[in-house]
Design a protein around this ligand. Sequence first.
Ligand SMILES: Cc1ncc(COP(=O)(O)O)c(C=O)c1O
Length: 381
Amino acid sequence: MKLFDVYPINNIAIVKAKGSNVWDDKGEQYLDLYGGHAVISIGHTHPHYVERITNQLNKVGFYSNSVKMPLQEELAEKLGTISGKPDYQLFLISSGAEANENALKLASFYNGRKKIIAFKKSFHGRTSLAVAATDNPSIVAPVNQTSNVIFLPFNDVAALEACFAEQGSEISSVIIEGIQGVGGINVASELFLQTIRRLCDAHGAVYIADSVQCGYGRSGKFFSHDFAGVNADIYTMAKGMGNGFPVAGIIIAPHLQPKHGMLGTTFGGNHLACAAALAVLEVIEKENLVQNAAEVGQYLMDELKKIPQLQNVRGRGLMIGFDVPEQYKDLRKNLLWKHRIFTGEAKPNVIRLLPSLALRKKDADQLLEAIKEEVQVGAEA
Ligand SMILES: Cc1ncc(COP(=O)(O)O)c(C=O)c1O
């Protein structure tokens, strides 16, 4: 059998990983500033994470949501404390798309409405509603197309106000990434998020904070939406939550009340997933990783801004992007193949940095040196 060939892949087989480094099958070492797409939060194969998952696997790996799950309660308690949202309710699933799918559905159950406001350059996943709210027609199949999603320009307060003035009573939810990831690292302004809060309150709509990529401490706060000083009604989270183990969640404000059978999943919140997610939160807390993301991220961003060839360096914490001028269009490729540094990209010319939240300054320096060398070579060419 062949694989269904949907991924453009690098010809590298990773066989070992530790902290912010990975090794290929030829023994070559790489610096991982991509984290398998913002997934590695506490660092690869962290000993506490490995131990907690291993111990759990030796006790019970899986049972479904038909029995009591003290581990889920432990996770909800810890997540409530660390995220600063102790009065929210946790529902567990297994991927980011599933998190957004359930959030959008829950909002619609809550207010009985159908319309969703999403934003230009958004990415919310590939399942039916999540992909319909994603601004990329090439991944929306005909069966996913719906007139229920309204796309507005990002960070445009006037357009949002006009839309609510016209259709406010029909809007079920507004879904927004605090920092757009796939769209190229675009930070939502504090005023924009505050306006979403105000308009949702005024019109009975639900504010959904897609924190799948920008959440879980990556921005230097637990949720990047926290910078605006307002709470969302639902936060969706995935990537960093399990450090590679497929676990995702939505946390739900107290006024959104559950009903048996309203939402459900087989795999979500199983014993192993909870052990992985608890291990991640324990390490984030013990090693002050949100603080580290803020500090090392600020250092990296300040230093990147000093490299004149890079344009529009932006982001928050360890979610950083910059534009690469045409002259240096091979920069990302050269970082990987010459300097053995994994980075992410966003079309057409953005390099995205999504490393572990435990990144050290010396790892950041390794990248900075490599970029300086490359732009020097590019300038001489
Ligand atoms: C902001 C955002 N939301 C949702 C998703 C979908 O997550 P998943 O691939 O786990 O379904 C992604 C994935 O890149 C994302 O970046």
